[in-house]
Design a protein around this ligand. Structure first.
Ligand SMILES: Nc1nc2c(c(=O)[nH]1)N[C@H]1C(S)=C(S)[C@@H](COP(=O)(O)OP(=O)(O)OC[C@H]3O[C@@H](n4cnc5c(N)ncnc54)[C@H](O)[C@@H]3O)O[C@H]1N2
Ligand code: MOO
Length: 492
């Protein structure tokens, strides 16, 4: 590859110079990276050097490398309180009859035989013609044959003392044998399967498991993800002053992590010092208030993927004895994405600090990693007909948030690496190959974790032959529109 520093002729409408990522390819290919890196803190940069001369993965390679880097997290027991949404790995079986004792379905009297009944102490064994007070849910005493509801009973008196008699609102024949008694085993018998393995646990499943006496259930593994957000210029509240930037990761990453199948286990904010970076990555089980006390499977860092004096990610990984799996992806934005594995098995996913770049890196590297850790297939890439011509940009894939208009994708505006506006309005992301896209040609695209699915290919929508989706090749119905269409004015 040759060094490229030119600006992009195919930049979609509305993207400015911020998009140009100056030096991103030149840096890697010029062979001067070591000198750049070594000047920052002499003597300490050594461990990271060996990683500097490899070529960035292509977009497709990066996805595959992330998917291949891990194996599914084995199943394990999880407390009911955090098992919602988890996939059950072992049947939930009735440990005993459910209910496990006969109980009253009404407030009233447990009775034996026919009335009138002599009242005795609650809970006492009932001889024929005896009754004892009982509340709904109460254990039926030995000898109890039926429950007489309070409103069907009257207290009277005979020669020998107080008696309970049928009266009040009693229906004819009340109480029949067994009336208002919930028998043991009515819901399930010991050994019955209550919830089958493979089910995604809903709140009622959790309640059922609790009813059956479970404290934990055996569920499929899912990655526990911890966030380390870096940057001393990042503020969490208010309108940022010049030189400051409002944090865009705190508000979105926990949700996106969950949507991608991770368990968000807290976040930590650090400044730009190497010591803070190292401490954050060394910390296996961080003390995170209200988060499950579990070691992280994946640590996501934001910022610090570049190679300036404050970009400590690679160095900290090297010092901890970790290995780089992905060190840069030939894509934009999100080019400096890093995936590393630490000796204790934790993965470190280094997202660039630029907000859109970070989300594209998460979609490219994080989504496949989370999928494999969570027992799922590689996330889908479909195709969508392109509503505009996109020129070539040799050597790199461009990820472009798009809006769908009349079934065709048009790159959204406001998609500079530091922007969120384009992504916020997007229907999905185009994966524009280095050689560009012709008008109407099916272009690979992926759905956003929160967005609509990519629509299935429509008959007649595609003029050019799709490269990766045979279903689109059905030339029938309406022809595609001719000529370039610039819908940018309609796009938010
Ligand atoms: N000389 C070069 N400079 C840069 C290159 C390059 O190749 N040579 N690459 C550019 C590209 S591409 C990207 S992407 C970024 C990568 O930056 P880092 O991962 O090192 O992140 P920072 O430098 O810490 O921050 C970059 C940018 O992002 C903002 N940021 C950080 N955290 C947040 C947050 N929580 N919310 C919102 N914005 C955040 C930060 O303020 C910076 O503006 O490097 C380029 N530079
Ligand atoms: O544009 Mo950088 O590629 O923001 O990741």
């Amino acid at each position: 590859m040759t060094a490229e520093t030119r600006s992009d002729p195919a930049a979609p409408p509305g993207t400015g110079p911020e998009d140009a990522c100056p030096g991103e390819t030149a840096r890697e290919e010029s062979g001067t990276a070591d000198a750049e890196f070594g000047t920052t803190e002499p003597g300490e940069a050594e461990p990271g050097r060996s990683h500097h001369h490899h070529l960035a993965h292509t977009w497709e390679e990066a996805r595959q490398a992330a998917y291949d880097a891990a194996t599914p997290i084995p199943p394990g027991p999880v407390a009911l309180s955090i098992a919602l949404g988890r996939k059950l790995d072992q049947d939930i079986v009735a440990l005993q009859d459910m209910p496990h004792y006969a109980s009253s379905a009404m407030d009233g009297w447990a009775v034996n035989g026919s009335g009138p009944w002599i009242p005795v102490e609650p809970g006492a064994r009932l001889a024929p013609h005896q009754a004892s007070p009982i509340a709904t849910g109460g254990l039926i005493p030995v000898g109890g044959k039926a429950v007489l509801r309070t409103e069907s009973a009257v207290l009277g008196q005979d020669d020998e003392g107080p008696v309970v008699m049928v009266g009040g609102k009693a229906r004819p024949g009340e109480p029949r044998a067994g009336e208002h008694i919930r028998k043991a085993g009515e819901e399930a018998l010991e050994g019955d399967i209550l919830v089958k393995a493979g089910v995604e646990l809903n709140p009622a499943h959790l309640a059922l498991a609790a009813l059956a006496g479970y404290d934990e259930v055996q569920v499929q593994g899912k990655p526990v993800v911890r966030l380390v957000l870096t940057g001393s210029e990042v503020v969490e509240r208010g309108t940022p002053a010049p030189g400051q930037v409002r944090d865009t990761f705190g508000p979105q990453l926990p949700a996106v992590v969950a949507m991608l199948g991770g368990i968000h286990a807290g976040q930590q904010r650090i400044g730009d010092s190497y010591a803070e970076w190292l401490a954050a990555l060394e910390d296996v089980v961080p003390e995170v208030p209200e988060a499950p006390d579990l070691p992280a499977d994946v640590v996501i860092t934001t910022g610090g993927t570049g190679r300036s004096g404050t970009d400590h990610l690679r160095r900290a990984v090297a010092e901890l004895g970790g290995r780089l799996i992905i060190d840069g992806v030939a894509m934009r934005p999100g080019h400096p994405a890093v995936l590393a594995e630490l000796p204790d098995g934790r993965f470190v996913l280094g997202l660039p600090g630029n907000p859109l770049a970070a989300m594209m890196a998460l979609s490219t590297v994080g989504a496949p990693l989370f999928a494999v850790l969570g027992h799922r297939a590689m996330p889908d890439v479909q195709t969508v007909p392109c509503g505009t011509m996109i020129e070539a940009d040799p050597g790199r894939t461009r990820l472009m948030p798009f809006r769908l208009l009349y079934g065709m994708a048009s790159p959204a505006q406001h998609t500079g690496p530091g922007m969120m506006r384009g992504l916020a309005a997007a229907d999905g992301v185009l994966v524009v190959p280095p050689h560009g896209v012709q008008l109407g040609e099916p272009v690979p695209a992926f759905a956003l974790p929160w967005g609509p699915p990519i629509p299935p290919p429509k008959e007649g929508a595609a003029k050019a032959k799709p490269r990766s989706n045979a279903r689109a090749a059905q030339p029938k119905g309406k022809p595609a529109s001719n000529g370039p269409v610039d819908w940018s004015a309609l796009l938010g």
